[in-house]
Design a protein around this ligand. Structure first.
Ligand code: OGA
Ligand code: NI
Length: 361
């Protein structure tokens, strides 16, 4: 395999973007050239750089032991964490450690394949619109590029996954996705119970988690980590997100209603759970979809694997009738078609929680 072009071959901005985005090298390819400084496309506006943001090391998001899902204390802790923090970690969730290790190894394996191989999964080449390798978030609309590559897998069926997901990671990815989905279902049951939704019938099930997406994310080490970000400030559009991270760290969560940022420390075997916009809308604002971001790292590559459970694109969501009836509250959000909401999210660069404004009354 020919070595990648040397940095000084990439003298124009267009060449960097072309190398990273179009040729399949990704940000990882750029990182591996041993650049001394960050190409300017990746320099974030000052206010987005981590240095200027206040990190409060003494705070942490809740860690909840869910070994007994039927314990009312577990429901209480999960519910309160979703209301107060929108983010928490769970341990003893029942997903075997091998499944977690396998999907992490599979993620690394995928990103270690050649640019030629990875190119097959870029938007222009992928044989399925449900499988897409992207470098940075929406490269064409971002103000500045993010220091990451990710393979996004939208689940349609086992057959589709078997045919189109990359062979080096498909089995492990699918296995993990199904386990994470089960955990998501259990959490949603507890969270719904607290909202007076006593039974999750088929329609509710579909509304809460009728579609699933999983991303295999690679954050390469970065020459000037303080000038860029792994992922910019955003909240997720999902109902719930279950995220597996390796032991590097770098995920920061905004403390609700403050400008403080809190680090989510890697915990072996834990899953990081967060409420997404769809659940905030359905709960009429009771559960909080919180802004988060990932800092770039100067010395280590990091991987993470979020699984997003979502309504289906054709679903219309709004505050649940049971919530409005039991609380007597006025709806804070309109009824929105999920595909419109998601389209709105992808149309603009990451900018905190402003996607939710789209649904506000
Ligand atoms: C995301 C996200 C965080 C991480 O993909 O939406 O917030 O730690 N990822 O990778
Ligand atoms: Ni996110």
């Amino acid at each position: 395999m020919a070595p990648p072009a040397m940095p000084n071959d990439l003298s124009t901005s267009w060449e960097v973007t072309d190398f990273v985005v179009n040729q399949g090298h990704g940000v990882k390819g750029l990182s591996e050239m041993g650049l001394e400084s960050l190409p300017k496309q990746f320099i974030q506006p000052l206010e987005e750089q981590m240095l200027l943001n206040k990190v409060v090391p003494e705070e942490s998001i809740p860690v909840i032991d869910v070994s007994n899902w039927d314990d009312p204390k577990v429901e209480d802790m999960v519910g309160r964490a979703a209301e107060d923090w929108g983010f928490f970690q769970i341990v003893n969730h029942g997903v075997p450690v091998e499944v977690l290790d396998n999907v992490k190894a599979a993620t690394r394996r995928f990103f270690e394949t050649s640019a030629k191989e990875k190119k097959k999964y870029l938007r222009e080449h992928s044989q399925s619109k449900h499988v897409r390798l992207t470098s940075s978030f929406v490269p064409h609309s971002d103000k500045a590029l993010e220091w990451k590559d990710y393979l996004s897998l939208f689940y349609v069926s086992d057959e589709e996954s078997d045919t189109f997901w990359p062979p080096v990671c498909k089995d492990e990815a699918l296995d993990y996705m199904k386990r994470a989905e089960l955990v998501g279902g259990k959490l949603l049951q507890l969270l719904m119970n607290r909202l007076n939704v006593k039974e999750i019938d088929e329609t509710k099930q579909s509304l809460l988690m009728g579609s699933k997406r999983m991303n295999l994310i690679y954050y390469p080490k970065c020459p000037n980590p303080e000038l860029t970000v792994g992922v910019g400030r955003h909240s997720d559009v999902s109902t719930l997100t279950m995220l597996l991270q390796d032991d590097v760290g770098g995920l920061y969560v905004r403390k609700r209603d403050t400008d403080d940022w809190i680090h989510v420390p890697p915990m072996s075997g834990a899953l990081v759970i967060n409420v997404g916009d769809a659940l905030q809308i359905m709960s009429n604002g009771r559960y909080k979809s919180i802004e988060h971001r990932v800092a770039a790292n100067g010395s280590k590559n990091r991987i993470s694997v979020p699984v997003f459970v979502n309504p289906r694109p054709t679903d219309v969501i709004g505050p649940l009738k049971e919530v409005l009836e039991s609380t007597g509250e006025k709806p804070m959000y309109k009824q929105v078609l999920c595909s419109d909401y998601t389209r709105h999210f992808y149309k603009k660069p990451h900018n905190g929680k402003d996607t939710l404004d789209y649904a506000k009354i």
